[in-house]
Design a protein around this ligand. Sequence first.
Ligand code: BGC
Length: 528
Amino acid sequence: MTYTNATAVAERSARSGPWWREAVVYQVYIRSFADGSGDGIGDIAGLRSRLGYLSDLGVDGIWINPWYRSPMADGGYDVTDYFDIDPVFGTLDGADEFISACHEHGIRVIVDLVPNHTSNQHPWFKEALAAPPGSPARARYWFRPGRGDGGEEPPNDWRSRFEFVGSAWTRVHETDGTPGEWYLHLFTPEQPDLNWGNREVTEEFRSILRFWLGLGVDGFRVDAAPGLAKDPDTSHLGYWDRDEVHEIYRKWRRLIDSHPGEQQFVAEACQIGPDRVANYVRPDELHTAFSIDFLWCEWDAGRLRAVIDNTLSTLGAVGAPATWVLSNHGAVRHVSRYGRTSTGGVDLLLGTRRARAAALLLLALPGCAYIYQGDELGLWQVRSETGDPRDGCRVPLPWSGEQPPFGFSPPDASAACWLGQPSAWSEITAERQTGDQVSMLELYRRALKIRRAHPALGDGSLAWDDGAPPGVLSFTREPGFRCMVNLSAENVQLPLHDWLLPSSALESDLLLPPDSAVWLADGESPTS
Ligand code: BGC
């Protein structure tokens, strides 16, 4: 059934809060979304050709993973020019036109901002390598002499955030060829950390923000937000989530607020508790921050409820909305996570059933929701063919047809997809799922449509139904909305209701089976 109650729609559109408090944003990993040029790599032309799909899906905006010039040592999170588009994705003019085209489709655009580090191929870093120790060019980064007699030990014991990297320091050769200073990189050695105590760095990023605001973007996703403030000379204080970092975000907030329109920052602030995440979204700092705890939470009613409560209360205390997410470009896809069996295998049917229920939970919770491309198709994690295990969630989308590349590239493409797609994805292409009322795609479409129309959804609060059976998450939102998710092993009796949307075939009108969810309307009769 479709919720088309006219009063509800009118009430909804009368709401006047800022869009970013309740947006549904679709994350585009551009390399794997759609290939317009035929080189096997997703690009702006491909993305633009699919804007109709995104507006039919019913999302409010998109967040595009980095599309700047980059040697791609870390999927574009190693930028050489923040003011230009990498040629593999298109051109700056193309990006400019694309942003306008999104706006014509009613879709907002959030770009990724990578302020913690540049690429080691960035002109600034090349300049730093060519300059002597103590020079202004080196002061934009963190260069330090090593410890030990010959300086052969790293300056301190900091480890990279990527386990496979080891030490967060790499030693350089000075221009005379001798082993010299070390530089800091919280991620790979190809991503040297910027020194945010340096005025040129802060000024450069103000220019970058203004540049993209000038092109009309609606926001920025702030990569590695807790990492920017550090002082390797007082290494016992660590490099993550230091209090000084907030001064940077207060200044950015003033900058964005002085720009006409309503743009937002969304912070990636992971590996800190929700109470610390809340500091990033105080009223004079960033607007929103992902709840990564929700993403990593197991399929367990008690744990999920604890994460939801903790997130809502800590963020609510500073007046910020929550931002829910089930998957992203760096996590095992949730169909596979939720399908893990006790013997270490993956039951994709189980994972898919739970993913359907999780989608209804995600979209019913108060605040914002981010959908990672392919979530709406029910894609699962693929064994990665590259050295990077994260590529298993970055496999190009299956759009149509019976065989790879499933419409990802144009028919006359000159190259194969940059990552292979499983042949089983012929069953779950966007084309195959369109119009199939039991498909994941149609579930997302209907849920997003209801979410847009129903006055209880989006920003606001929830009330748990404490009478729900063990293993069942049940909550209401006013006016007249209830979400129930059954994480127990038993069928569960439903309260008196009118249907809005079930996530799976129900045993009967009165029973909710395990690993499924429903949206119910209290009191009102939804029309078909
Ligand atoms: C991004 C990763 C990236 C890293 C370094 C993370 O927070 O999500 O994809 O590798 O930052 O920029």
